[in-house]
Design a protein around this ligand. Structure first.
Ligand SMILES: C=CC1=C(C)c2cc3[nH]c(cc4nc(cc5[nH]c(cc1n2)c(C)c5CCC(=O)O)C(CCC(=O)O)=C4C)c(C)c3C=C
Ligand code: FE2
Ligand code: FE2
Length: 342
């Protein structure tokens, strides 16, 4: 019988905080046609002609503020998840990053070296986006066809609405919520609005009320809907009134219109509306990273307090919490079983 294995895939980080390494990482990341989805020549002009002139130095400074002795938080946390998962499943577990190292190819090679020919690949993003889930699958398929044509890969689908994940996230948030807070903000990574239209095969999403409907044909590929649905399900579990919660989108880049409302603008306006004590969580990320530890915990806090906010309570991601490892295990085992069905 074919040997099976698990590949956990996350976004990836620069090799180090040196400007040249950050530049190399940003080059690979932003030249991905599913991230900056312009025609190659315009993407190259924007990324290599403009963004890479100034952003690497600025981002390198930001990375320095979150870097650990062992490296980037995102990589270190993903390695911890791998270690913990490996102790409770009986197939080999490896990690691969969409950008930089260890790459998806490296991860697959390590599994193949252990005799694996059937892989469950887990893109570690709860909600589907062209720039994340789709990009990972495209890359893995490219690598498989070119380098490992004999192996099979089963992909774990976005799990934004799965009960096991919602329960896990709600319990984790509940444990970390402060006693008193005026609002709980859900800050998701943003995407350009254009991406949502582009990946909607039904052409029924207009980025309006449809995203909050219980059912709509576009929901399977609508990042906005999936963020709303995660939020709705978590606040139901927490028993929080809708009025005590805020949804916003962070980390926009460039001049395109990204999904609104923007997290930074929200943080600057809510204190005047009476939100002085804020709890904030970032459920598009399963591991803490630059975008949560620096952009939200540090910059976001400053923006909020500068605008008159008082208590700012950042709720960490699921990281390597045991309850999350159990969810990863269950989702992986469910997919592993599919190999026996074909
Ligand atoms: C949660 C899912 C993510 C989506 C969707 C996403 C889309 C997206 N991101 C950029 C540009 C940048 N993102 C950066 C960092 C970053 N992004 C995610 C996740 C998603 N991105 C993570 C986990 C991280 C942190 C990586 C780490 O090493 O900790 C960066 C790099 C940092 C910086 O310079 O600010 C950029 C740039 C775009 C353009 C995009 C969708 C189109
Ligand atoms: Fe939608
Ligand atoms: Fe990003």
């Amino acid at each position: 019988m074919a040997k099976k294995g698990i590949l956990l895939v996350n976004l990836g980080s620069p090799r180090s905080t040196a400007v040249k390494d950050v530049r190399e990482y940003l080059d690979e990341f932003l030249m991905d046609e599913r991230v900056i989805d312009y025609r190659w020549i315009f993407r190259a002009l924007l990324v290599q002609g403009i963004i890479l002139n100034t952003r690497p130095a600025k981002s390198a400074e930001a990375y320095k503020t979150v870097w650990t002795d062992k490296g980037s938080p995102l990589i270190v946390i993903t390695e911890k998840v791998q270690e913990k998962l490996q102790k409770i499943v009986d197939v080999p577990v490896e990690i691969g990053m969409r950008y930089a190292q260890p790459s998806i190819e490296t991860g697959i090679q390590k599994l193949v070296d252990q005799g694996v020919s059937e892989i469950v690949l887990f893109p570690l993003y709860p909600q589907y986006a062209m720039s994340t889930t789709e990009s990972v699958i495209e890359k893995a398929e490219e690598v498989r066809k070119k380098k490992f044509p004999g192996i099979k890969i089963n992909y774990i689908q976005p799990f934004y609405n799965r009960d096991i994940y919602i329960n896990c996230l709600a319990e984790s948030i509940k444990e970390k919520l402060p006693e008193n807070f005026d609002a709980l903000q859900f800050s998701y990574h943003g995407v350009p609005e254009r991406h949502i239209f582009k990946t909607d095969p039904t052409k029924t999403c207009n980025l309006n009320d449809c995203c909050s409907r219980e059912t709509n044909p576009s929901h399977q590929f609508c990042y906005r809907h999936q963020c709303f649905d995660t939020t709705k399900k978590v606040i139901e579990k927490l028993g929080l009134p809708r009025e005590k919660t805020i949804v916003s989108f962070q980390s926009r880049l460039g001049k395109d219109k990204w999904m609104e409302p923007y997290t930074d603008e929200t943080l600057e306006t809510i204190p005047a509306k009476g939100v002085k004590n804020l709890a904030i969580v970032c459920p598009a990320f399963v591991s803490d990273c630059l975008e949560t530890l620096e952009e939200i915990s540090v910059e976001g806090k400053e923006q909020f307090q500068h605008a008159g906010g008082e208590q700012f309570h950042y709720i960490p991601c699921l990281n390597d919490e045991d309850r999350w490892i159990e969810v990863v295990k269950e989702l992986c085992e469910e997919k592993l079983k599919e190999f026996y069905l074909v």
